[in-house]
Design a protein around this ligand. Structure first.
Ligand SMILES: [Zn+2]
Length: 75
């Protein structure tokens, strides 16, 4: 489960970066994204299947249900 802002959900309105302290936020958020990618890769290397659920997705139960169903029924 990822918060859209902290984990920088692609093209999500909730992930817009702050307009003050830009350097601080860019570094911090870029680091979060790098860490997510690295963690995901480690899990996949151990043959885990990874589904990222975004904060904004849980507001739409139908969309969430569909994403979970697809993930769980995929080979
Ligand atoms: Zn989002």
């Amino acid at each position: 489960m990822h918060g859209c802002f902290w984990h920088q959900h692609d093209s999500c309105k909730a992930a817009e970066r702050p307009t003050s302290n830009i350097d601080y936020w860019n570094k911090k958020l870029d680091r979060n994204v790098e860490r997510d990618n690295s963690n995901r890769k480690k899990l996949e290397d151990m043959d885990w299947k990874v589904l990222v659920v975004w904060e904004c997705q849980i507001k739409n139960r139908e969309e969430l249900k569909q994403a979970l169903t697809e993930f769980l029924s995929a080979e």
